[in-house]
Design a protein around this ligand. Structure first.
Ligand SMILES: [Zn+2]
Ligand SMILES: [Zn+2]
Length: 164
């Protein structure tokens, strides 16, 4: 969606609100498409003293396999982003400002980039996910497998020797 902000830029105090669904189902992270459902985007542009502040809210279902046990896990994400828009950058380019020479911003592209940068690098189904057994592959969140009874954790072995 292209957001025309000319009216906002030229009139201090003017707001512009956009509310729409953005399809990001083709965005891939680690070989999966974690946003199968459309993303609910709310964007508000406000002119404050010549700078247009753009506040973006994105809500979506994040669906990705857990990094440890590989079970598909859904999380409701709610992210917020803020940008300052200017018609032209004065001096050196500044990461805090986005230049919009024609008063128009490609909201889809901006939101997609914002979300991609904000997505967690590590994704676990829960903080204390036990993962899979290295020998038999059982999901240890569902209970211990037979191997764990006989195998000794090398770290525990060191501790046991220290204590004896
Ligand atoms: Zn897990
Ligand atoms: Zn096992």
């Amino acid at each position: 969606m292209l957001l025309d902000l000319k009216n906002v830029f030229l009139n201090e105090g003017v707001h512009r609100l956009a509310d729409y669904k953005l399809d990001l189902s083709s965005v891939a992270v680690d070989g999966v498409n974690p946003m199968p459902e459309p993303v609910a985007v709310t964007a508000e542009a406000v002119n404050t003293a010549g700078t247009v502040r753009l506040i973006i809210k994105a809500e979506f279902l994040y669906s990705r396999p857990c990094d440890r046990c590989f079970s598909l896990t859904n999380t409701n994400m709610s992210l917020e982003f803020e940008h300052n828009l200017v018609v032209s950058l004065s001096g050196d380019s500044n990461d805090d400002y986005i230049e919009v020479p024609d008063y128009t911003i490609d909201l889809d592209e901006l939101v997609a980039t914002d979300i991609t940068l904000e997505l967690p690098l590590k994704y676990l189904c829960r903080e204390d996910c036990k993962g899979l057994c290295q020998s038999c592959g059982q999901n240890l969140n569902n209970g211990e497998c037979k191997c764990s009874k006989t195998a000794t954790d090398p770290r525990l072995e060191v501790l046991r020797q220290l204590l004896s």
